[in-house]
Design a protein around this ligand. Sequence first.
Ligand SMILES: Nc1ncnc2c1ncn2[C@@H]1O[C@H](COP(=O)(O)OP(=O)(O)O)[C@@H](O)[C@H]1O
Ligand SMILES: C[C@@](O)(CCOP(=O)(O)OP(=O)(O)O)CC(=O)O
Length: 503
Amino acid sequence: MAVVASAPGKVLITGGYLVLERPNAGIVLSTNARFYAIVKPLYDELRPDSWAWSWTDLKLTSPQMGRETMYKMSLKHFALQCTSSEARNPFVEYAVQYAVAAAYSTFDNDKKDLLQKLLLQGFDITILGSNDFYSYRNEIEARGLPLTPESLASLPPFSSITFNTEQSDGQNSKPEVAKTGLGSSAAMTTSVVAALLHYLGVVNLSSYSGAQHQENLDVVHIIAQTAHCMAQGKVGSGFDVSSAVYGSHRYVRFSPQVISSAQNAIRAMPLEDVVADVLKGKWDHERTKFSLPPLMNLLLGEPGTGGSSTPSMVGAVKKWQTSDPQHSSDTWKRLSGANTKLEAQLSLLSKLAEDYWEIYKSVIYSCSMYQSEKWVEQASEAVGQEIVKALFGARDAMLNIRSEMKLMGMAAGIPIEPESQTELLDATMNMCGVLLAGVPGAGGFDAVFAVTLGDSGNNLAKAWSSHNVLALLVREDPRGVCIENSDPRTNQITSGMSSVSIV
Ligand SMILES: Nc1ncnc2c1ncn2[C@@H]1O[C@H](COP(=O)(O)OP(=O)(O)O)[C@@H](O)[C@H]1O
Ligand SMILES: C[C@@](O)(CCOP(=O)(O)OP(=O)(O)O)CC(=O)O
C-alpha cells in the first residue's frame, strides 16, 4: 500500500539572518504550496532468493525533473549506491538512510523482522512539488500569456521545472532550479521522511491530535532536520524544516551541537547508533503558535525569475560580522527590536480581533479600501482607533526592518533589499489595503511578500501585474506535515484554484 505524505513551503516574514543565532526569533508562515512524497514497495512479493540479499533496491522518480534514479541500499549500514547515470538527490538519499536507521534504532527484534521484509521489497519513491515552488515566468511569457495568477492557474499541476542555465558568478549566484524561495528542499526532505517513517511504522501520523501526535511530529522533525543539514553540508537555522513539520509559528533555532554525532558519524559509528543519539539529543528549538491576524492575507509577487542563492548571502553577512563587529552588532540589535515590535503589533491585532470582532471586522474592511494615509479616518471610537494604531505600528516596524536589512546588505556587499525591490516594495506599501511588504528570508531576488487587508489582495495582484510582477497563487496555510489519502495527481490538487489546462 502506498503512503503519501505532504509538507508545506514557507515564507520567513521576520528574522532573516538573525534567526541563525539563538535566542533571536523568526516568524515563519507556512503556505498552501506543498511537497508530496509517495512511498510504496518496489516489488509486490518478496523474491524467493531475497533472504540472502545484503542489498535492497530504491527507485526515486522526480517526474518534474524528468529523472528516474536507481540505487542499491546496503542492509547492513544503509549506504546508498547510485546505479543509474541520472543526477543524485542528496536530500532524499539522507532522508531514506536516516529514516531506515531510525526504524532500526527504535524497533525491538520482532518489529525488526517485519522491517527486514519491508526493506527487501525495495522502495519506490516519487516526489512532486506544487508549481508554486518554482518560477514559471519564462513559460508564461513564452506562451504569450499575461503575467497574472490566472495564467499560472492554467498550467497543469506539477509542471516540469526549469533549470537555471546561467553560470554561478559568486555572491549573486543562481540556484540549480528556477525557484520562488518557498523552501523546496526542506519541504521535500520532510515529506520523504514523514512518508517513510509512517510506512515503516516508526510513527503513526494518521491521527491529528493529542500528545502522541506531537511526539510523532517531533521524531519527524529530528530526522528531517538532521537529514537536511547533512544533505546541505551546513547547519542553517532550520526554520524551513520546522515550518514544513509544524506549520506557521514563531521559531527559535536548535543548538547546532545537537546534531554533532551525525556530523562526526563517518568515524565508524553504526548509523542506527548515530540516529539513536540524535533522537535522544536535547532539541531546544522553540515553536510558539503564530499566524496572521484574521482578515489578513499573505501574497507573494515574483518580480524576476530564478531567485537568489541563500548560502552565499549568509556567508557574506557572517564575514561582515567578523570584520565589523561593532556596527554589525548595532544593526542586529536594531533589527531585533523592529522584529519584536512587528510581532507584538500582529499579536495585538489578533487579540483585538478576538475581543472586539465586529469593530475589528468593520475597521479592517474599511481600511482595505484605502491607502494607509486614509486609515485614521476609518475609526471613530476608542477600540477602532486602537486597531488603526496597531496597523500603523506594524507598518512602521516593517519599514524599520526593511531599512536595517537594506543597510545590512550594503555593509555586507550583497543585495538583501536591492534597489529594484525597494521601489517595488515602496509602491506596494502605498497601494490600497496593503498593510506591509518586504523581502522574505535572506532577501535578494526571490519573490517579495505583502500582507493585505480584507479583499484587497485581488487589486494588489492586478496592480503588480501592470508593474510586470507576477502575483503567485500561494497563500498562508498554517498546516504542517500530514498524511494524504491519495496521490495528488489523481486529486488534481492545485494552489487553491481550479486548473484549466491550456496545453
Ligand atoms: N521536484 C523536485 N524533484 C527533485 N528535486 C527537487 C525538486 N524540487 C527541488 N529539488 C531539489 O531541491 C533543490 C532546491 O533546494 P534549495 O536550493 O534549498 O532551494 P529552496 O530554497 O527552494 O529550498 C534543487 O536544487 C533540487 O536538487
Ligand atoms: C538567511 C536565513 O536566516 C534565512 C534564509 O531564508 P530563505 O527563506 O531565503 O531561505 P532559502 O529557502 O534557503 O532561500 C538563513 C537561515 O535562517 O537558515
